[in-house]
Design a protein around this ligand. Structure first.
Ligand code: ZN
Ligand code: ZN
Length: 179
């Protein structure tokens, strides 16, 4: 019999949280990593594309002008953390098929469907997407149902209780780095 594979490893979520430290977006800061065969093959945080002004310096018109209204998502130039992790893996020639994703935020529709098509095995996320999704109008409920189908092959982060442990560890890492 082969070795027992422990799929979930909370230390990978710590790595995702550490990666999030570099995020630069006026929206929520997110970090994501992609793990395959117990190796990190892609990392990403959210922000404007390489070579462009950072979002927090006004680099993204949408984030600057329309973020509070939650409008013009399709004109946002900020690359999502999960997208950056996928793109990094692709850039260096790693297939993400059967990989495991650790992301600090529940993926959006776009990232979820891309992960699904890339045949990612599991997505673990820490925080839930906007509360807005919970306040459902009739139309939104349909979207919500569709999103559930989209994500039902992926698992949530095993437990919310662990979050406290994770945050504590991040503080410890930060403290260590400041020494
Ligand atoms: Zn942004
Ligand atoms: Zn996304």
């Amino acid at each position: 019999m082969g070795a027992v594979m422990i799929e979930f490893n909370e230390y990978y979520m710590l790595v995702a949280l550490a990666v999030r430290e570099r995020a630069n977006c006026r929206g929520r800061r997110v970090g994501a990593i992609i793990v395959k065969d117990n190796r990190i093959i892609g990392t990403g945080y959210n922000g404007t594309p390489e070579g462009m002004a950072n979002c927090e310096d006004g680099g993204c018109v949408r984030c600057e002008k329309y973020r509070k209204k939650s409008q013009n998502y399709d004109q946002c130039i900020c690359v999502h953390a999960e997208q950056n992790a996928m793109v990094t893996a692709a850039r260096f020639g790693h297939s993400i098929q059967h990989s495991i994703v650790y992301t600090t935020l529940q993926p959006c529709f776009t990232c979820a469907k891309q992960f699904l098509q890339a045949k990612v095995k599991t997505i673990y996320y820490l925080d839930n997407l906007d509360k807005k999704i919970k306040k459902l109008s009739v139309e939104d409920k349909d979207f919500n149902d569709q999103y559930k189908i989209l994500c039902n092959r992926f698992k949530k982060h095993p437990t919310k209780i662990k979050k406290r442990t994770l945050i504590k560890n991040v503080h410890n890492i930060k403290k260590y780095l400041q020494k």
